[in-house]
Design a protein around this ligand. Structure first.
Ligand code: FAD
Length: 546
């Protein structure tokens, strides 16, 4: 009680809830993609990441941000990054949950789908620590093309132990890996890379190179090793560059400074220079771009998963707030126009979840031609569309909390953190235009239109707007859109696939409202403009996190 007034009509925060148990959209999507999936680990993770204790770690890791220790007090170079203990607690939890390299090592069924759901749940706790976790997950398909290095590093890459010490990989219980492509003069167009790699003999790990140059963005520089692009005599090549060399000495990788970023605060992103660093060739010399894109494909999946997780988190907080807060004589959630906003956000969140998890399924089925075709098509589509919707979504969910949504309050303002995080998933790993242009490349494959038609077929006849879109899309694909039309095509493929998935995973109220708004055009340009006839209460009840 304050001396001047009583504090009332403020809400209890959403803590100590099981984030998996409350997420019906995720549960139904998992049942659709792998009916036999063992969800017990996700239930346990949902409990952990929803706990007050872990949320405190998330706040502290973002308030006490990483600090670069370039030199010790005697002037020796250190090139280390210091983190708050809460960062290490988050990394320990993510690694123990098997969100990094584990799916490549353990023989469980549907490892990628299961890990994808876990990644989404963990995003609701803290997304920026997931940057090195994601890169450590993504590296395996590319790294396998140097079988000698992969054989030596796989046990630590797949282990569930987190070990932050800067030591030789074989003296550690677990390792993390990052990637270095972007230079000052070009990020999307990596062909502009100027970093040079000069042949320096060979050893147990194959062809060795001496690397000199820089990377302008180099996230999680305390990782144990990186895949980097550099120009060898045969052109741009993919190289494996460890921080500590096999003889125990430090590699010549120097951290210049850490980036001062809009969000993603708990993650250290750096600028680095290589001054005669040692690295080994991965894959074919001169074919570095396709080689490292095997890694990029998987981090793009994680961008879609991560944004879907953030959407779900923002929606849950908005529902929690509006279910308690009164205005004009009613709870906000009972005000008709707020119902429209919340239901519209719920549709977007569920559609994102459905698309991201459907894409993840394809990584569990490498021998299935349709799954591989959809992986190629849906990776740029999901990365483009889900991430593009993220910032707008966060802004609207924040507004549901009114002024409280905009307040940081020493890191307590989770909505503000979500809002600052959203744009990065769209920018890194190929920004929006790059993803839309990549879709055009994917569509050049002969079977792309047929694969898309096959994917949409189960929803045929269920809604006229989806039928219309499903009929027109393969024709547009076959006529090949121009670059100018690529974003619109990526958007329409995303919406059609999302609608077809919702037909199979969601109640009729969700599917119908999604088609009416996103496909039939009964919708405005902002959230909260669903048309009449929508069962708002059913959509909102399904989305409630408790
Ligand atoms: C926080 C953070 C961490 C990062 N960490 C890493 C990391 O660890 N490793 C790493 O290698 N990189 C990292 N990046 C870099 C990131 O991947 C690049 O910023 C991104 O790929 C874009 O490259 P760029 O910044 O050079 O922009 P540019 O390539 O200059 O692109 C600018 C804009 O132009 C658009 N564009 C480019 N080409 C075309 C075209 N042909 N037609 C139409 N539009 C086009 C792009 O879509 C983009 O919107 C990180 C970035 C951030 C923000």
């Amino acid at each position: 009680m304050s001396a001047t007034h009583e504090v009332f009509n403020q809400v209890d925060p959403l803590v100590d809830v099981n984030l998996f148990d409350g997420n019906r959209a995720m549960q139904d999507a998992l049942r659709f993609n792998a009916p036999e999936l063992d969800t017990a680990p996700l239930h346990a993770l949902g409990q952990e990441v929803g706990s007050a204790e872990m949320q405190t770690h998330a706040r502290l890791a973002n308030v006490f941000t990483p600090q670069l220790k370039s030199h010790d007090r005697f002037g020796h170079r250190m090139d280390q990054v210091e983190f708050h203990p809460s960062y290490h607690a988050l990394m320990t939890a993510a690694t123990a949950a098997g969100l990094h390299g584990t799916p490549w090592g353990e023989g469980a069924a549907n490892p990628h789908l299961s890990r994808a759901a876990g990644f989404m749940l963990f995003t609701e706790l803290e997304p920026s620590t997931l940057c090195p976790i994601s890169m450590s997950y993504a590296v395996t398909p590319a790294l396998k093309d140097n079988p000698d290095i992969y054989r030596d590093w796989a046990p630590q890459l797949t282990s569930r132990a987190y070990d932050p010490a800067l030591k030789r990989w074989k003296d550690k219980a677990g390792v993390t890996m990052g990637m270095g492509m972007t230079e000052k003069q070009g990020g999307s167009d990596v062909r502009a890379n100027t970093t040079q790699a000069v042949p320096a003999g060979s050893d147990d790990w194959g062809q060795r190179f001496t690397v000199t140059g820089h990377k302008w963005f180099f996230s999680a520089p305390m990782c144990d090793a990186f895949l980097v692009l550099a120009q060898t005599p045969k052109g741009l090549s993919c190289l494996f560059l460890p921080r500590v060399l096999p003889d125990g000495s430090f590699n010549k990788l120097f951290i210049q400074r850490l980036k001062d970023k809009l969000g993603n605060k708990a993650n250290a992103s750096s600028e680095v220079e290589f001054v005669g660093a040692t690295a080994w060739l991965v894959g074919e010399e001169g074919r570095g771009v396709p080689q490292i894109l095997a890694m990029g494909t998987m981090t793009r999946l994680d961008c879609a998963l991560g944004t879907s997780g953030l959407m779900r988190q923002a929606l849950s907080i908005a529902l929690n707030h509006t279910s308690q807060r009164m205005a004009f004589g009613k709870k906000l959630i009972d005000q008709p126009l707020m119902k429209n906003v919340l239901a519209d956000l719920a549709l977007e969140s569920e559609a994102a979840t459905a698309l991201a998890l459907r894409l993840a399924r394809s990584f569990d089925r490498p021998g299935d031609a349709h799954e591989q075709a959809m992986q190629r098509l849906l990776t740029p589509v999901a990365k483009f569309w889900i991430c593009k919707r993220g910032s707008h979504f966060a802004e609207e969910a924040m507004e549901c909390l009114g002024g409280n949504g905009y307040v940081e309050e020493g890191g307590e303002g989770i909505m503000a953190r979500i809002y600052r995080e959203m744009p990065v998933n769209s920018i890194w790993e190929g920004a929006g235009n790059i993803m839309a242009l990549d879709l055009l490349r994917a569509l050049r494959k002969a079977d792309a239109a047929a694969a898309l038609a096959h994917e949409l077929a189960p929803a045929k006849g269920l809604h006229p707007a989806l039928d219309h879109m499903a009929e027109s899309l393969p024709i547009r694909v076959e006529q090949m859109a121009t670059e100018m039309e690529a974003r619109r095509l990526a958007q329409d493929v995303a919406l059609a696939v999302q609608a077809a998935l919702l037909a199979q995973t969601a109640p009729a109220a969700v599917f119908g409202a999604f088609c009416e708004s996103r496909l039939a055009g009964h919708w405005g340009h902002s959230f909260g403009s669903l048309g009449a006839g929508v069962d708002f209460d059913a959509i909102i009840a399904r989305a409630q996190p408790r």
